[in-house]
Design a protein around this ligand. Structure first.
Ligand code: ADP
Ligand code: ZN
Ligand code: ZN
Length: 813
């Protein structure tokens, strides 16, 4: 008897054992997928972990349905990495499995399939595949069960896999944009004209259709290269329009055909790397020196010091050794800016991987990495690219390592991509470089403790000085009546000066919408979200109220819902209001806005960043999106309109983050020629963080914050595990959380904080309660987690508590 242990893509800790035949056992390898049934009706794509001969003792092993892969889809290094993630972040291997693979690889009985928008050449389909493809012309979607009915057999996953591979179908994914296959149109001669004799008569025939004749002649010239001929190239060569080609096709002289091309395709890679300046040279040498002893090195390089150029040199060396490189970036930074920069050096050795790519694009990158293809030697990716099937990593770069978006909140696994990348590098015996102008306290501390190597780069490229930063006291300005709307006279003057010089301006306001609170002047009531415990934000352009937590929206009412008076007033301001004020103040200039509302869709960021680069926008207003690694050469002023909102929220990282955000956004000013300006409006100019921002004094900020972290027992000294309970019934959560607190308290005493309700204590009708467990430096982490798991199991064994959602977040943010 032969058996396999598999991971199922579900949040259950255990692996499951199925039986296989001897032939299957001989064929199967760790990391291949098999289709198995689970429960009464469910079918999943499971991943093989072990192949053995020990029957399970507690249940009778079911047979597998079928084998889905011919080669392992996941390698052993990945499985090692998954095991670490599952243990460290206290989640199931199934959760990691589900998060790691593009969903096309996780077909299950509930999966719904659709036809792709563009038609494909059906001659590449096998009979069964064609049947399904045809069926999708008559019916917009099919479940896997329906597919089984149509084909009259149970084992249909391979057929569906093939259809996905051939770009014929896609599976449903709400969050991603519809996939459009990129098909390139080619031209060939119709089979009537393959002999020379027929060719001569053809040219004769066309003697009066001059354009068509030219197209045919051009076709022959191009054919000498023996490569397929693109319709576009032919049009260009013959200087004819596409309608000429079309008429030749109608006459059965030419025919069109399609070849699927990879969507992710770069030309070139022709440019040499830039020569490093003397400071960058030193930094590079120091990094290499540090790597001799340390696996991890932190590069603290001020904004615009040219960290990217230093990375490229390291990358080149690793590529020369024949190894793969992973370059991690926050999602938003993955705009063409950085892609283009690396592309001119490394050309088609780069593949890009992020969540705005369609399922099929992600499948493509996965396969290219798995096969270690030449075009997948450098992966440029966001958080989830740590899950790709690397076999031979030599270097990982984590750019903007302080970014909180490296931490995943929802769903599980709640991993930090930076920390997971460090472990990944370890597994590959690769080096890892963390880079930032404003490192996280954790990383800087690790460097200070000599756990990481440490290198500094303190000069901007071209010796441009860091921007001049001034603080503007809004309280004082209001007293002197020197405010116009939300702008101080000083800020307006600086904007005007920049615009007069034909320079560009970035204005930062970390709230979107028009105003975050609407309030009745008569009774003081504010409209709130019916699903969440939060006031609704007014969006003026659409004249509606919106919840930024659940997306609830409704028209802005004319009168107060509570007392009926017409005295609704708005309080506070967001990016939309700033944009409108600016349009009034500077009617001759083009004002743009970049926030979540204006950047939806795959090319959302791109359009705005592109327009700003092309100087079609003079003043760009935006949220923190603007602070992430963008490089504009004509921005001379950065304005921060309300620094206080960033500093005054109740979170132990608020000050650190405020510092990082402000220094990063300031760093967008004066990058190429002369020194830039930064103006920060605040009610509290003596706030120590603002003082530290105004002198870009990272070390002072670090020392002060570190002291507070020690005093109040926070990271990097103490580790945090946050437990969140959620349920629609307030009492249920309340009783549950009190029980849990007592249980945890009896194990960990004073180090358990809570239970508390977060600032927004109900979201989407779920009441939320938190407990935080602090883990002192010397306390054994594994034991602590085991103890928490035990308590969790007891909690979930209580029938009343079972419906409560129990969320564990290790190293919570
Ligand atoms: P950082 O990532 O440290 O903020 P960048 O790598 O974006 O800095 O560099 C800032 C700008 O200076 C970029 O436009 C970059 O092309 C340019 N630059 C940096 N180093 C060099 C160099 N050695 N030679 C030419 N240009 C450079
Ligand atoms: Zn009222
Ligand atoms: Zn809501």
């Amino acid at each position: 008897m032969h058996f396999i242990d598999v991971i199922l893509p579900i949040p259950i800790q255990k692996t499951f054992t199925y039986s296989v035949t001897e032939d299957e056992a001989n064929f199967l390898k760790k990391g291949m997928r098999v289709a198995v049934s689970f429960g009464k009706t469910k079918m999943y794509s499971a991943l093989v972990l072990n192949i053995h001969q020990n029957a399970p003792t507690l249940y009778e092993a079911k047979e597998i349905h079928q084998i889905l892969d011919e080669q392992p889809l996941v390698n052993e290094l990945q499985i090692k990495h998954w095991q670490w993630i599952s243990k460290y972040y206290m989640c199931s291997l199934g959760d990691v499995y589900r998060a790691s693979l593009p969903s096309a690889f996780l077909l299950e009985s509930e999966t719904v399939i659709y036809k792709n928008e563009a038609d494909i050449d059906t001659s590449i389909l096998l009979d069964d595949e064609f049947l399904i493809y045809e069926a999708l012309h008559h019916q917009s979607q099919l479940t896997i069960h329906q597919v089984a009915d149509i084909l009259g057999k149970k084992k249909v996953m391979p057929t569906i896999n093939e259809l996905i591979k051939k770009s014929a179908i896609t599976i449903h994914e709400e969050i991603y944009e519809q996939y459009k296959p990129k098909l390139v149109k080619y031209v060939r001669l119709h089979q009537n004209y393959t002999s020379d004799a027929s060719l001569n008569s053809l040219l004769e025939e066309l003697s009066r259709a001059k354009k068509q004749r030219e197209a045919v002649l051009a076709f022959f010239q191009l054919s000498t290269s023996k490569k397929p001929i693109k319709a576009k190239d032919l049009e260009e060569k013959a200087s004819v329009s596409s309608s000429i080609l079309k008429s030749l096709v109608d006459k059965n002289i030419f025919e069109f055909y399609h070849i699927k091309t990879d969507r992710i395709h770069f030309e070139g890679g022709t440019n040499d790397l830039k020569n490093l300046n003397e400071f960058q040279e030193v930094a590079l040498a120091e990094i290499k020196e540090a790597f001799k002893e340390k696996e991890v090195t932190l590069l603290h390089g001020i904004t615009s010091s040219g960290k990217t150029e230093v990375y490229t040199k390291l990358i080149q060396e690793v590529l020369d050794e024949g190894k793969q490189v992973l370059f991690l970036l926050p999602e938003i930074a993955l705009t063409t800016q950085i892609i283009t920069r690396l592309e001119v050096y490394f050309g088609n050795q780069i593949s890009v991987f992020h969540s705005k790519y369609s399922m099929n694009e992600r499948v493509e990158v996965w396969n290219n990495v798995l096969d270690n293809k030449p075009k997948a030697q450098i992966i440029l990716g966001a958080r989830s690219s740590v899950f790709l099937p690397f076999s031979n990593l030599g270097l990982i770069v984590v750019d903007e390592e302080h970014e909180t978006s490296y931490k995943q909140f929802e769903p599980s696994p709640r991993y930090n991509a930076r920390d997971s990348a460090i472990v990944l590098a370890n597994i590959h015996k690769a080096k890892i470089l963390l880079g930032s102008a404003t490192p996280s306290l954790e990383s800087y501390y690790n460097a200070a403790q000599k756990k990481y190597g440490f290198v500094e780069l303190n000069r901007r490229h071209g010796n441009v000085q860091l921007p001049k930063i001034e603080l503007i006291d809004v309280k004082e300005k209001q007293r002197k009546k020197e405010m116009k709307g939300h702008f101080s006279d000083r800020m307006l003057k600086l904007i005007q000066e920049a615009l007069d010089e034909k320079e560009q301006v970035i204005l930062f306001q970390n709230r979107r919408g028009y105003s975050p609170v609407v309030e009745c002047k008569t009774c003081g009531v504010s409209p709130e979200c019916p699903n969440c415990d939060v006031t609704l934000t007014f969006h003026k352009f659409k004249h509606e109220l919106r919840c930024h937590y659940c997306n609830y929206q409704r028209a802005m009412p004319n009168s107060c819902g509570a007392c009926g008076s017409n005295t609704l007033d708005t309080k506070g301001f967001g990016t939309e209001q700033i944009e409108l004020e600016l349009k009034d103040l500077f009617p001759d200039f083009k004002i743009g806005r970049m926030d979540l509302d204006t950047t939806r869709g795959k090319h959302g960021y791109q359009k705005i960043i592109g327009a700003f680069e092309a100087r079609e926008i003079d003043v760009l207003v935006g949220t923190q999106m603007l602070s992430k690694g963008l490089d504009f050469d004509n921005v001379s002023l950065v304005g921060i309109l309300n620094a206080d909102t960033m500093l005054n929220f109740p979170d132990f990282r608020a000050h650190e983050r405020g510092y990082q955000m402000m220094v990063q956004v300031s760093g967008r000013a004066g990058r190429s020629k002369k020194q830039g300006n930064v103006a920060i409006q605040t009610y509290n100019p003596f706030h120590k963080i603002l003082q530290q921002v105004s002198t870009t004094n990272y070390t002072e900020m670090y020392k002060e914050q570190l002291q507070e972290r020690w005093q109040y027992k926070y990271p990097p000294y103490f580790r945090l595990i946050k437990i969140t309970l959620k349920h629609r019934d307030y009492n249920k959560v309340d009783i549950g959380v009190n029980w849990l607190f007592k249980a945890l308290y009896s194990s960990f005493g004073e180090n358990v904080l809570g239970p508390t309700a977060p600032a927004v204590s109900r979201i989407r009708n779920q009441y939320i309660k938190n407990i935080v467990i602090k883990i002192p430096p010397k306390q054994n982490l594994a034991n602590t987690k085991n103890q928490i798991t035990k308590i969790r199991n007891t909690f979930e064994a209580v029938k009343d508590f079972r419906p409560i959602r129990f969320i564990i977040d290790v190293d919570a943010y």
